[in-house]
Design a protein around this ligand. Structure first.
Ligand code: M6R
Length: 612
């Protein structure tokens, strides 16, 4: 939520900042702004997307070789020019950009109000910069010390960058609970919420840790302390990110590119971990914690959104293969409902971004009760990856489209490998079954490639439904989470109301909705409870609902009943989610595009939900 970029060096800051904002726009896009120092501290901001800011600045003075910029996802105060960042301090000598929420901002604001401060915006951020300047003046301290004192008074999450008119040679940055990366060039610094705006300038980066404050100086020095005023040593790491990974590569949207990347991303998730010809399956990141999983009395999976759907597939996998009881929890509910957590529980936290605030809080809660925490994250070095005891990265590559696609299949791939490995080491499946499943997993990327070849057919089906107002998605067993994920994808990017249901639950309520206007997507692959799904299809047909069925190649029975058919290659039942999800992603994508929606930046959403 919210994207932060800053620059200090010899170059003109504005082009670097605006390009950085474009790269970070997936994090929030309701308003944007920039502040630069060119003798004066100049500040410009605009409601709307980064392109609107760029248009607005066409004929403005955007000179300066130090600057900060921000793209916002509104929390405190509606999207507007005034609420957009950066925000000035009262004297207009300081400007701040901020990602996160200052939870005690009301109390701080009241205090400042009593001391005569007035506020232009409704934001918590403006309160913070007034507080910092108030401390600087009243306690007669340097800016760094004022920032440190202020951050000790703050409850909540922040990633901030501050510039001062009187010191155009310095950026002050700090973080707690929201990510921040510093790119270190030759006497120049780049600061950003993630590495995507930095990679084209430098691959040397410093990840700020919780409650750290850095002072970046024009002469190339970095001073690092924490909010307790303890000196820290900056640790410079090498970025492993390629520029082409964060560009559209000729695709109309990032989402389409990411859907098409799945044969590659699933292979990357398996790379070096699985080899069926040698019967090898190993997840290096969790080796030291394997025993905990094998002996776990219970696994609790915590996640949000699409990652929660991957967790549901994980429940079926671990119970089916490894015979370990699993509970799948929405992180936001888990953290507030006084859950029972034991020391022999293993908690698996799933998150693409690794920054989701609710998931992070659920981890901290489980950790405090002594449970072992295993992470499944996509973003290397993210807060969740660092908060867990051990974990497996999905290696799907950067996911920029707000709707998660390749991250989901990568998460399910990790969960499949994890459950299979544990079941074998626990001795609950035979060697021959283990070997056969390893071989089947390795075939998944080819099968996904085959599904992607049916894109035109899916596009044709999408065209028939662009005016639909509702959709129902049905699936049973392993296909139930697939139905939920299909419905989420459609609603978040096309704004069509969609519900996912276990197919048999339909008769307990949703069946009342079915008429000739109701499209019903049924994931009806062979095996499992195929015959029962056919009965559910008959129930829909009897009420004139339109059936779009995802079936196994060569299917006859469902074909005879459905209005539209999408075939997918046959695979083991427990691997079907990896293949059956693909056509549902494409269906949502094309419906949304044909409705004129901005699929990469759907309204009201943000890629990384760092607030609760
Ligand atoms: O980064 P995370 O996986 O923790 O994010 C969780 C959800 O916010 C995310 O999956 C969200 O539901 C996506 N927009 C789904 O496409």
């Amino acid at each position: 939520m919210c994207g932060i970029v800053a620059y200090l060096g010899d170059k003109q800051a504005y082009p670097i900042l605006i390009k950085g904002l474009q790269r970070l726009e997936y994090r929030g896009y309701d308003s944007a702004g920039v502040a630069l120092i060119d003798d004066e501290l100049l500040l410009y901001k605009k409601q709307g997307k980064v392109a609107d800011l760029e248009e607005y600045l066409k004929d403005k003075n955007v000179k300066g070789n130090i600057g900060i910029a921000h793209t916002r996802w509104a929390t405190h105060g509606e999207p507007s020019d005034i609420n957009a960042h950066p925000h000035f301090s009262r004297s207009k000598k300081l400007a701040i950009i901020h990602n996160g929420i200052i939870e005690n901002y009301c109390t701080l604001k009241k205090e400042l109000f009593k001391r005569g401060y007035t506020f232009q915006s409704e934001t918590d951020t403006e309160v913070l910069i007034h507080l910092i300047e108030d401390i600087q003046i009243n306690e007669n301290v340097e800016l760094l010390e004022a920032v440190r004192i202020a951050l000790n008074q703050v409850v909540g999450a922040y990633a901030i960058v501050i510039i001062a008119k009187d010191n155009p040679n310095q950026l002050i940055v700090a973080r707690k609970g929201s990510p921040l990366v510093i790119g270190v060039g030759e006497k120049e610094f780049f600061v950003a919420s993630d590495a995507t705006p930095i990679v084209e300038h430098t691959t040397n980066v410093v990840y700020l840790n919780e409650e750290e404050i850095a002072v970046l100086n024009r002469n190339g020095d970095i001073k690092l302390i924490n909010i307790k005023n303890q000196k820290k040593t900056p640790y410079i790491e090498k970025l492993e990110l390629n520029l082409h990974e964060i560009e559209k590569d000729g695709y109309a949207h990032f989402m389409l590119k990411e859907i098409h990347e799945q044969p590659r991303s699933i292979r990357d998730t398996m790379r070096g971990r699985i080899n069926s010809s040698r019967n090898i399956l190993s997840l290096g990141g969790i080796t030291d914690y394997e025993r905990r999983l094998i002996n776990a009395k219970r696994i609790i999976i915590v996640a949000c959104g699409t990652s929660w759907h991957a967790g549901l597939v994980g429940e079926y996998l671990f119970e089916d293969l490894a015979r370990i009881p699993v509970e799948v929890e929405y992180a936001s509910e888990f953290r507030y409902r006084n859950p029972i957590i034991n020391e022999d529980d293993v908690v698996i936290a799933i998150s693409q971004s690794g920054e989701t605030a609710d998931t992070l809080a659920a981890i901290e809660l489980a950790k405090s009760k002594g449970a072992t925490i295993i992470g499944i994250c996509n973003v290397v070095g993210s807060s969740i990856a660092r908060a867990t005891h051990a974990g497996s990265y999905t290696h799907a590559g950067p996911e920029i489209g707000v709707a998660s696609t390749k991250a989901f299949t990568a998460q399910v791939t990790i969960l499949t490998m994890m459950a299979l490995m544990i079941s074998f080491k626990k001795g609950v499946i035979t060697k021959s079954k283990y070997h056969q499943l390893l071989g089947e997993i390795e075939l998944i990327p080819e099968k996904v490639e085959k599904v992607l070849k049916t894109e035109n057919k899916i596009k044709g089906i999408a065209e028939e439904f662009i005016n639909s107002r509702n959709f129902l998605y049905l699936g049973r067993g392993y296909n139930f989470p697939v139905a939920l994920e299909g419905a989420l994808k459609l609603k978040e990017i096309s704004y069509i109301h969609a519900e996912g249901y276990p197919a048999a639950e339909m008769k307990h309520g949703p069946i009342a909705l079915i008429d000739a206007e109701m499209p019903v997507v049924v994931v009806a692959t062979k095996k499992g409870i195929y015959e029962k799904v056919i009965s559910n299809i008959m129930e829909v047909k009897a009420r004139k609902g339109k059936i779009i069925a995802v079936v196994t190649e060569g299917d006859v029975a469902v074909k005879a009943l459905a209005d539209y058919i999408i075939e997918i290659p046959e695979t083991e039942e427990l691997l079907v989610p990896l293949v059956a999800t693909i056509p549902l992603q494409l269906l949502s994508y094309y419906i949304a595009v044909m409705r004129g929606c901005d699929v990469d930046k759907p309204r009201n959403l943000a890629k990384s939900v760092t607030v609760e």
